[in-house]
Design a binder for this molecule. Structure first.
Ligand SMILES: [Zn+2]
Length: 99
């Protein structure tokens, strides 16, 4: 029979570890695929009357054209504030204060 494995054999153990690593990878891929599928259509009423078919990922499940996403800072002061905050955050992360 082909089931006569020596489970103490490092080679066999390596193969088993490899098998489970692949299994985990497959499961992670499946989860990622299911997450992608969950992005439902925006569904907002369009000018033609039909529901919008774009992926609704933003606020309220709407697409970027129907009130979904932030359009980001507009003014120079706002942009500076965002940049400064990002810099502070990464400094803190690099110094290990925030994980
Ligand atoms: Zn839309």
């Amino acid at each position: 029979m082909s089931e006569d494995y020596d489970w103490g054999d490092p080679y066999v153990a390596g193969k088993v570890a490899e098998y489970y690593a692949r299994q985990r990878l497959r499961e992670a891929e499946g989860r990622a695929r299911r997450l992608r599928k969950k992005a439902k259509a925006c569904g907002a009423k369009t000018r033609s009357g039909a529901p919008c078919r774009a992926k609704g990922l933003g606020r309220g499940g709407r697409c970027k054209n129907h009130g979904g996403g932030s359009t980001g800072p507009k003014t120079e002061a706002g942009r500076k504030r965002i940049a400064e905050g990002t810099r502070k955050y990464w400094q803190a992360r690099r110094s290990g204060l925030v994980t």
